[in-house]
Write a protein that binds this ligand. Structure first.
Ligand code: 76R
Length: 284
């Protein structure tokens, strides 16, 4: 490929940051439950404490904005997930929870803040290449206008994916991750063409799981300790394992990904909360 003056356009000359679209604000809260203290509460008080929490989050649950999960293993007991329109609303949800008597029994062991993100590797490369071929300099007025217009069009087209309800599936797998920025292997110094190629292959593997796993990627650069949160929703936890395992062989995961802690949860509808806190697993 060459520009109007006949010079070859290389990766290094194509503007390298992919366009991203941002949607809902996301907060994960993992709590350890104080079982011993809870056992000492008389049954009628326990019922009242649970009822207060159920009432406070009923509307959010019904609209797919908050969901509760029973967490497996030592990393926590409950995962409370919130999708909201802004950080302000997330903070309001967080504070509302803290006012509940139930929160006296919930010790936060982990939280994670992010925004739903769609990265447009493919259309970014095409757009930047086209603009470079026409000799339009990055960040010039016409360049900004085209990029802005493209993002707006995509934002409209992607609305359902940017503003999702929390999927109703029984299982959730949540983990934070980074792209590698090592001395030897560094994702961020690869040319955009190469990153696009690897992300294309990543999408190909992912799409094989369409209908079995729903993935919501949220970006957390600048908000939390990792670069992304990955949330997988499905009806069979083994499918998460198969998907993640298959992706490990993918170049972008094999060479350029680092992972944080993994959390597995089982959906606990608010109506099941009393049962879970009395020691029964969430019923189907
Ligand atoms: O959204 C799309 O369908 C376009 C293709 C796509 C993008 C841009 C896509 C598809 N993902 C994208 C971005 Mn993904 N994804 C992960 C993980 O465990 C691992 O090895 C990695 C964790 C999983 C399991 C997964 C699943 N994806 C991203 C990004 C942002 C990176 C960036 O922008 O540079 C990350 C960190 C990431 C990680 N991905 C899919 C899936 C699945 C199942 C799909 C197909 C979804 C579908 O088309 O229905």
């Amino acid at each position: 490929m060459s520009n109007p003056s006949g010079e070859r356009i290389t990766g290094a000359e194509t503007y390298g940051v992919p366009m991203t679209l941002e949607g809902l604000s996301v907060l994960h809260q993992v709590f350890r439950f104080r079982w011993a203290a809870w056992r000492n509460v008389p049954a009628t008080d326990r019922a009242a404490i649970v009822a207060e929490a159920v009432e406070a989050f009923r509307t959010a649950e019904e609209s797919g904005a908050s969901a509760l999960y029973s967490v497996l293993g030592h990393k926590g007991d409950l995962l409370l997930l919130h999708f909201r329109d802004s950080f302000d609303e997330l903070n309001a949800a967080e504070l509302k929870w803290q006012t509940l008597r139930l929160s006296d029994f919930c010790e936060m062991s982990m939280s994670y803040l992010s925004v739903v993100e769609l990265s447009l590797h493919d259309s970014s490369l095409k757009l930047y290449r086209g603009l470079a071929e026409q000799g339009v300099a990055p960040f010039s007025e016409p360049w900004n206008a085209v990029v802005q217009e493209t993002m707006e069009r995509q934002r409209e087209a992607m609305k359902p994916r940017l503003y999702p309800k929390i999927p109703e599936n029984r299982y959730i797998c949540f983990y934070p991750m980074d792209r590698r920025r090592g001395e030897d292997k560094n994702w961020y110094v690869l040319p955009i063409e190469e990153r696009q190629r690897q992300m294309d292959l990543h999408g190909t593997v992912g799409r094989r799981y369409a209908g079995r796993v729903r993935q919501i990627i949220s970006g957390s650069v600048g908000f939390d300790d990792w670069e992304w949160a990955v949330d997988l929703f499905g009806e069979d936890p083994v499918t998460f394992k198969k998907l993640i395992y298959e992706m490990r062989f993918d170049e972008v995961s094999a060479v350029y990904s680092n992972f944080g802690q993994f959390f597995m949860g089982i959906r606990c509808r608010l109506e099941q909360l009393a049962g879970v806190l009395d020691g029964s697993a969430p019923a189907r």
